[in-house]
Design a protein around this ligand. Structure first.
Ligand code: PRP
Ligand code: URA
Length: 212
């Protein structure tokens, strides 16, 4: 089983409280979501491999470290995943960005895919699939099914990162994709009867884009 990490950094907890608050407006919600994305990027990139490189400082020749290994790609699940992308790109500006368009049917809660576009060399890259909410897990599972089954990506090269996870979603995602690392900024209590996370933050897409 791959890693399951709940981030309990004080800055992340503080910022999550801001976006959970129903009185937080769209502008602040969007800004803070990106800030959390950036803080999460610091942690989800912790295992990136390094190699030695010889450089000269103004004083002396020396051996230092630089990133090596696979190039990176961020894959937001639309729409809400877009809200984390700029924050992550602040830390890894050279990463490519692929998109998976998916919405959850309001009645069945089943994910419906409507768009997919990836960098050509997706199989060669280390992927960070991002979506603020992991509720039933249906959307994340469907996105990872697409990447691993249709595009042949090795699940060991994928990390899934979300802001708020429900226990139900984590369980389902781990069962479907046991080799994918999962990072969440918070593990909440449960889903309500409509498949919303409690206490949660409401509908992430609507709050990021101001559509409700
Ligand atoms: C939300 C969220 C996830 C999904 C999580 O998207 O951003 O993609 O629901 O729910 P699940 O784990 O039960 O699948 P939504 O369907 O509301 O689409 P949107 O991002 O376009 O608003
Ligand atoms: N999608 C959201 O945006 N919020 C939830 O609580 C569950 C699914």
């Amino acid at each position: 089983m791959a890693k399951m990490v709940i981030m309990d950094h004080p800055l992340i907890q503080h910022k999550l409280t801001i976006i959970r608050d129903k009185n937080t407006n769209t502008k602040i919600f969007r800004e803070v979501t990106n800030e959390i994305g950036m803080l999460m990027a610091y942690e989800i990139t912790r295992d990136l491999p390094l190699e030695d490189v010889v450089i000269e400082t103004p004083l002396v020749k020396c051996t230092q470290k630089r990133l090596s290994g696979k190039k990176l790609a961020i894959i937001p699940i639309l729409r809400a995943g877009l809200g984390m992308v700029d924050g992550i790109l602040d830390l890894v500006p050279a990463a490519r960005v692929g998109h998976i368009g998916m919405y959850r049917d309001h009645d069945t809660l089943e994910p419906v895919e409507y768009f997919a576009k990836f960098p050509q060399d997706i199989k060669e890259r280390r992927l960070f699939v991002v979506d603020p909410m992991l509720a039933t897990g249906g959307s994340a599972i469907c996105a990872l099914d697409l990447l691993t089954q249709k595009y042949g990506v090795d699940p060991n090269n994928i990390t899934f990162a979300c802001l708020v996870a429900a226990p139900e979603g984590i369980k389902a995602l781990q069962a479907a994709h046991p080799d994918v690392d999962i990072y969440a900024a918070a593990l909440d209590e449960r889903l309500n009867e409509n498949g919303y996370i409690l206490p949660g933050l409401g509908d992430a897409g609507d709050r990021i884009f101001g559509t409700k």
